[in-house]
Design a protein around this ligand. Structure first.
Ligand code: CO8
Length: 258
């Protein structure tokens, strides 16, 4: 049985919450914490009734990035085979929808974790940034890659070169954040948005995610074919029968992911 110390995890109905829980270090990602996140994600993947995973941070911080005290001791070889980059790739490719619920600092690896999620919901007072160049390193978990696809080269260069932070409203303005909400309503709004997601056909979301995420890396004709093949598969699912039938019968569809 995995021992969780640096994250708390909680399965409530169709939602699985992973809360980063190192408030004394502003939820910086230690190696141990990253191992625990992976273990929690694997548990959530196995549970059929989990329909979405939500990341949040304990205290008034989402995550302050990689643990700088651990970075101090890290060798070049360890940097070549890091934990954070593959973990975030695992999150990006995760078969269930992922949501970042952000309040407070989301810096470096904290912003990159949010970038690896499917949806981002943040309070206005949240602060986003890529301050790695102040430490003599670069964003190492998709900040120079995945994040560029999300918000563009100009903004990523600005964040890296200046090292300044932007708040929730500006992060929404540049298209990084989907919803900006008040501090007091963050959890309620996250639940409301997550429930809308979890009411949808799980396989449809899974295939849509694949098609959307792969489109930038493949020729359009191949992407169109991927879309067709995904659609054809979905036409064989019980969820498609249920969705279409429920519409015609003027009732709410109940999907079971088959
Ligand atoms: N790592 C470790 N400890 C941290 C971190 C961190 N990233 N951030 C904050 N802490 C700790 C502080 O050391 C402090 O602890 P203590 O009280 O024991 O000294 C406590 O959290 C509170 O921090 P501050 O006193 O600094 O709080 P402030 O409110 O004054 O400032 C900030 C808050 C602005 C968030 C500030 O703490 C800060 O700038 N933190 C660092 C942010 C940062 O640089 N993040 C990027 C890290 S690098 C990264 O994410 C990716 C690198 C690529 C890795 C690739 C590996 C191969």
């Amino acid at each position: 049985m995995w021992k969780f110390i640096n994250v708390t995890h909680n399965h409530e109905e169709s939602l699985y919450w992973i809360e980063l829980n190192r408030p004394e270090a502003y939820n910086a990602f230690s190696d141990e914490m990253m191992d625990e996140i992976k273990a929690a994600l694997m548990e959530a993947e196995r549970k059929k009734d989990v329909r979405a995973v939500i990341f949040s941070g304990k205290g008034k911080v989402f995550a302050s990035g990689a643990d700088i005290k651990e970075l101090k001791e890290m060798s070049p070889l360890e940097a070549l085979f890091p934990r954070m980059q593959p973990l975030y790739e695992f999150i990006y490719q995760y078969p269930k929808p992922t949501i970042a619920a952000i309040d407070g600092y989301a810096l470096g690896g904290g912003m990159e974790l949010a970038a690896a999620c499917d949806l981002r919901i943040a309070t206005e007072r949240s602060k986003f940034g890529l301050p790695e160049s102040k430490l003599g390193v670069i964003p190492g978990a998709g900040g120079t890659q995945r994040l560029v696809k999300l918000i563009g080269e100009a903004k990523v260069k600005e964040l890296v070169y200046l090292g300044d932070m932007i708040n929730g409203a500006e992060a929404k303005h540049i298209g990084f954040i989907n919803f900006v909400v008040g501090e007091a309503e963050l959890i309620d709004r996250v639940v409301e948005i997550a429930q809308k997601v979890t009411e949808k056909a799980p396989m449809a979301l899974r295939f849509a995610k694949q098609c959307i995420q792969r489109q930038a890396d493949i020729p359009q004709e191949v992407g169109m074919l991927l879309e067709n093949l995904s659609q054809a598969y979905l036409f064989s699912t019980k969820d498609k029968t249920e969705g279409v039938t429920a519409f015609i019968e003027k009732r709410k569809a109940i999907f079971n992911g088959e």
